[in-house]
Design a protein around this ligand. Structure first.
Ligand SMILES: NC(=O)c1ccc[n+]([C@@H]2O[C@H](COP(=O)([O-])OP(=O)(O)OC[C@H]3O[C@@H](n4cnc5c(N)ncnc54)[C@H](O)[C@@H]3O)[C@@H](O)[C@H]2O)c1
Length: 353
């Protein structure tokens, strides 16, 4: 892996020199987090919009600002580039960043095409650079808790899960609700299940703008028989950020709209009982047990995500949402889009062909 060039801090620790490219609606959160993170120095904020740059300069006077991404990439002191520009520009800027030898963090989805994501993974591997995708939910402490629970067998065998990510707005023009909202759900489903998605069937409808779906209902099937359903929309009266995982022994829900007590573990299940000795037919017994609400620390997921990137680069630790993870999510998005374009026909993922 490439060594970082930054000087140490006053505690003698290595420090990562970072540039954030794209400092708009979401990028400003990345600017705030990288400007205040340990073992990190935010050297540049880069955006085409001078007014935005002036705001960031006022908030963080020590940061240099620039409208020119090439100028930032030429700076040899910069170890890592964080990209939060509009999705169609992800590939071009991320490729330039990797070619300039910078560890690269790209907002979700990694790219608009899986061929582009594959190229970025190759570029990073060839140069020994870290490539990370902003799959924010993979860093949410509630998701970390649920992952531990599932991996420890706390739900029994996971059967299926479903997610709801609906609200009124933000209505995008250059991407539909599937590409804008579902990356979070797809990434967290793949993370929790640790299984390979094999097919996607998606139906949606465009009401506000031609050929830009406002609402999508999608079903993803996995190679080991698991199933997931995703409902995403920016045209809905409710603000729901919820997921439910159903296992053979227990079930778990995660409601991100709750201020606290976001996770509930339901001791509920169904089992087929056979009493062959007595000669009775099979019966399905239902179990209605306790609901447990675990105590989970509430840390800003974005702070944890940024810390993970900094530690990954400085300490050479593996990146959870790495380029391969980003590629998988883009493959599911692409298959879902093909299904949307073909009236909900199930589409097999390309890597199976
Ligand atoms: N993780 C999350 O929860 C989350 C939430 C919202 C958006 N996002 C992602 O963040 C990214 C940005 O979305 P947004 O809503 O902030 O968009 P935005 O339009 O508000 O911001 C994009 C910014 O990039 C700047 N930009 C564009 N091209 C540039 C270039 N060549 N050089 C420098 N700056 C350039 C624009 O001037 C703009 O300020 C997208 O990838 C989006 O998917 C992630």
């Amino acid at each position: 892996m490439q060594a970082v060039k930054g000087e140490g801090n006053n505690m003698g620790e290595k420090v990562l020199n970072v540039a954030v490219v794209g400092a708009g609606y979401w990028g400003k959160n990345l600017v705030r987090n990288f400007a205040t993170a340990d073992r990190c120095r935010l050297k540049y904020v880069c955006d085409l919009d001078e007014k935005l740059l002036a705001v960031h300069k006022r908030n963080f006077p020590a940061v240099e600002v620039s409208k020119d991404v090439d100028e930032v990439l030429r700076d040899e002191q910069i170890d890592a580039v964080v990209i939060a520009v509009e999705v169609p520009s992800h590939f071009e800027i991320a490729r330039k960043s990797l070619q300039a030898g910078k560890h690269t963090f790209v907002e979700k989805p990694l790219t608009l095409k899986s061929s582009e994501s594959r190229q970025l993974v190759k570029d990073a591997d060839e140069r020994g650079l870290k490539l990370m995708v902003g799959h924010l939910l993979e860093y949410h402490s509630a998701v970390t808790y649920i992952k531990g629970l599932i991996d420890a067998g706390g739900l029994g065998r996971p059967y299926y899960m479903y997610t709801q990510r609906v609200n009124l707005g933000i209505v995008r023009k250059d991407e539909n609700a599937w590409w804008s909202l579902a990356p979070h759900d797809i990434s967290v489903i793949c993370y929790l299940f640790d299984s390979r998605p094999v097919s996607v069937a998606a139906r949606g409808q465009s009401f506000l703008q031609e050929d830009v779906e406002d609402v999508v209902f999608a079903t993803v099937k996995f190679d080991d028989g698991k199933m997931a359903h995703i409902h995403c929309s920016w045209l809905d009266p409710h603000k729901i950020r919820k997921m439910t995982v159903v296992g053979s022994e227990k079930m778990v829900t995660f409601d991100d709209m709750q201020a606290s007590e976001k996770v509930r573990i339901w001791d509920k299940g169904a089992a087929i009982k056979k009493d062959t000795e007595a000669g009775y037919p099979e019966i399905i017994s239902l179990r209605f047990g306790d609901i447990v609400i675990p105590k989970i620390a509430a840390t800003e997921p974005l702070a944890l995500e940024c810390k993970h990137f900094i530690n990954g680069v400085l300490d050479g630790e593996p990146i959870r949402s790495d380029g391969g993870d980003g590629l998988k999510v883009v493959q599911v998005l692409e298959a879902g889009q093909r299904s949307l374009d073909n009236n909900g026909e199930p589409i097999e993922l390309e890597y199976y062909k």
